[in-house]
Structure formats: structure tokens, C-alpha cells
Design a protein. Structure first.
Ligand SMILES: Nc1ncnc2c1ncn2[C@@H]1O[C@H](COP(=O)(O)OP(=O)(O)O)[C@@H](O)[C@H]1O
Ligand SMILES: [Mg+2]
Length: 356
């Protein structure tokens, strides 16, 4: 399941239009799609023709009730065979101060969307025009981000700030977000549109969609009538552009997204009183440090699983000296491949640690 956050702290740059119509076009190309309206202004909800009185539960409940709320509820509105919506309303603005009081406040959406894997091919998140707790939730939940930029008015300063924020989030994620800018409201006849697009491509070093969304009044009319563009006018330029964008999104290679941290050692951390050993393996069920300092006892020094991280750790009080160690991972012997200091013996190789 790919999760696309449509973000830009600037209002009016085409986020909602993109979330609605990219979502509808991915569904039109036979993908199962869920659009989540994460803006208290509820423009995506209205743009899909869903009125405020029509639903009881919304993205507010999604964030407040968590996983159980989502799975047991009628929070999901079916728009067509393959296109679903979680609507929002002004209540969502009340979620922000509540979330701010909670631990893990930026990871709520990530955990509530996780069980939907398998049910959808794409989740598209329409974000509010600011970088608050809702947008951070989207950034931790997503696999990729689209930044719509209004052509001719590209605010490159604002873009730089947004990319900085994404870098901070990436520093806390295992797999970085794949980011692409999207030129919207492009007016082919003007020189400024072409020039600013060139500038954007330079600035983003290639991370700009080849597809450009032209200015097309049908897109505006469609949302006014509460329809996506394939419904309102499938022959319009707007429909062609968003279908082209959907195809470009589909052609992105999934391999990079699947990249995961490899099982293995983290460099032992030497402190004044000893050494912290760390091994990364989300799949392992037991990991032991086995070493000369515990007489090579295979049950002596079990490592502790740090909940939810895949990390196994064990602190061993040690004085100055030279030590040989190995790890026993679910009964398998492993020596540290990144430690060039090794000693061979009849059983294979031990890693060497010297505390000076
Ligand atoms: N390609 C386009 N051509 C014409 N009008 C557009 C286009 N994209 C967006 N609009 C209009 O511009 C306004 C702002 O777009 P919107 O998608 O709501 O931006 P945001 O969600 O970033 O605030 C809306 O009235 C929308 O209908
Ligand atoms: Mg919007």
C-alpha cells in the first residue's frame, strides 16, 4: 500500500484538487484508493460532493479513537467501486490540541492506517495549509509526498523550508519519504510559467513530475459541483493531466520504497563503565552476546528487545582490555562483519573489541 501525502503549507496551490483528482484517476486506472481529508476546512470532502450532514464519523474520530474506531465504524464513505473517502469537518481542528497532549502524537495516523494494507493500493492524504501536528502525522504515515506548486508563483523559499521539515522527519524514519513537486495551474502561453518550471526543476534536482497540470477551469467547476474531473468532464485537459499524473505515479519503481534496514550489528558503544552491544533484527526471537568475558556461555548474556524498533541491546560492564565476542541469533552464530578486527579459531571467527 502506497500512502501519498499531498502537502504544502501554502494555501491555494492545488493540494485538494490534486488529492481529489489523482485519487479518482488512480481508481479510474483500476487501483483501490482511499482519500483521507486531513484539512478542517473539508475542501476535499465538499469537492467529492459529500455534505457535512451526511456523515457521523470523520478523520477527527480516526485520529482520536485510533485503530479500533476505524475498523469498527462507518467512517469510510464509498464514492464508487474503487474509491473511498474518510471525510473531515471543522471538528478536526479540535483534534490538534488533544493530540499535542499525547505521547507519539505524530504517529497516530501511521498506526491507524497500517491495518488497511491489503485493502487499498493507495491512500491519498489531503493536508491542511500549515505544518502542524496534522501534517506531521501525514509525513510519518506516508511513503511519498507530492508538493503542488502554483506555476508562475513558485515560492522557492517556502519550498526550501518544507524540504527542511521533510529532512527532519526523514531523520526519524527508517525509509525516507520520496518527494516530488508538481507544477499546477500551468499556463502554457506565458513565458513566466515555463521559466519558473525550469527554475523548479533546477531547485528540486529532478524530483519534479514530468506531468504538468495545466490551468483548466473545468477543474474548478468540477469541485464546485462536487465531482471529480473524470465524472464532470472526462475529455477535459484537467482529466488528461491528472490521468497522466496517475500513470506517472504508477510507473514509479517500488523497489526503493521496499528498502529496509539490513539485519546486523551496530557499532558497540564504549562508555566509562562498559560496552553497549546492539544488534538489529526485527525477525529474531532471541539474541545473545557470547564472549570470552562470559566464558563463551551461550545462555549467559541475553539481549533485550527494545519494543517496536527491531533493536536488541545489552550493556556489559567491562574494564580496559582486549575482548573477543560473537552473537548468537536464534541459534545462529554471527560475527560482526563491519568490525575488521577478527580472530580466527576452530569454530570460525570472533570479533575483537579493545577498550583502551
Ligand atoms: N489546474 C487548475 N486549473 C484551474 N483551477 C485550479 C487548478 N487547480 C486548482 N484550481 C483551483 O484553485 C483553487 C485552489 O486550489 P486547491 O486545490 O483548493 O488548493 P489548496 O488545497 O492547496 O488550498 C481552487 O478554487 C481550485 O478549484
Ligand atoms: Mg486544500
Amino acid at each position: 500500500m502506497r500512502i501519498i501525502a499531498v502537502i504544502n503549507q501554502k494555501g491555494g496551490c492545488g493540494k485538494t484538487t490534486t488529492a481529489i483528482n489523482l485519487g479518482a484517476c488512480l481508481a479510474g486506472l483500476s487501483r483501490r484508493v482511499l482519500v483521507v481529508d486531513l484539512d478542517p476546512q473539508a475542501h476535499a470532502t465538499l469537492g467529492f460532493g459529500v455534505d457535512q450532514g451526511e456523515f457521523r464519523l470523520s478523520s477527527y474520530d480516526l485520529l482520536m479513537e485510533g485503530r479500533d474506531g476505524l475498523l469498527s465504524s462507518d467512517m469510510i464513505i464509498s464514492l464508487n467501486e474503487r474509491l473511498d473517502l474518510i471525510p473531515s469537518d471543522v471538528m478536526l481542528s479540535a483534534a490538534e490540541p488533544v493530540l499535542l497532549q499525547r505521547d507519539g502524537r505524530e504517529h497516530v495516523l501511521e498506526s491507524v492506517l497500517a491495518p488497511l494494507d491489503g485493502r487499498y493500493d493507495f491512500v491519498v492524504l489531503d493536508c491542511p495549509p500549515n505544518i502542524g501536528v496534522l501534517t506531521f502525522n501525514a509525513l510519518y504515515a506516508c511513503t511519498e509526498a507530492i508538493i503542488p506548486m502554483e506555476s508562475g508563483l513558485f515560492a522557492l523559499h517556502g519550498l526550501a523550508k518544507l524540504l527542511e521539515t521533510i529532512d527532519v522527519v526523514n531523520g526519524n524514519r527508517e525509509v525516507p519519504i520520496e518527494v516530488h513537486a508538481l507544477a499546477t495551474m500551468f499556463d502554457r502561453r506565458t513565458r513566466i510559467a515555463h521559466e519558473s518550471l525550469e527554475e523548479l526543476r533546477k531547485h528540486m534536482r529532478g524530483r519534479v513530475f514530468r506531468t504538468v497540470v495545466n490551468f483548466n477551469v473545468k477543474l474548478k467547476e468540477a469541485s464546485g459541483y462536487g465531482m471529480h474531473i473524470l465524472e464532470y468532464d472526462p475529455d477535459s485537459q484537467g482529466a488528461k493531466d491528472y490521468l497522466a499524473l496517475a500513470r506517472e505515479v504508477l510507473s514509479a519503481r517500488p523497489s526503493a520504497r521496499k528498502r529496509r534496514k539490513k539485519e546486523g550489528f551496530l557499532k558497540p558503544v564504549v562508555t566509562e563503565d562498559g560496552v553497549l552491544f546492539t544488534y538489529y533484527s526485527p525477525e529474531a526471537t532471541s539474541v545473545h552476546v557470547v564472549a570470552d568475558f562470559n566464558g563463551w556461555d551461550t545462555s549467559g548474556l541475553p539481549m533485550e528487545n527494545v519494543a517496536g524498533t527491531g533493536m536488541w541491546q545489552r550493556f556489559v560492564p567491562l574494564k580496559k582490555g582486549r575482548y573477543e565476542y560473537k552473537f548468537l541469533v536464534d541459534g545462529r552464530w554471527v560475527s560482526d562483519p563491519d568490525n575488521p578486527r577478527r580472530a580466527a579459531n576452530e569454530f570460525g571467527e570472533n570479533s575483537i573489541l579493545e577498550i583502551a
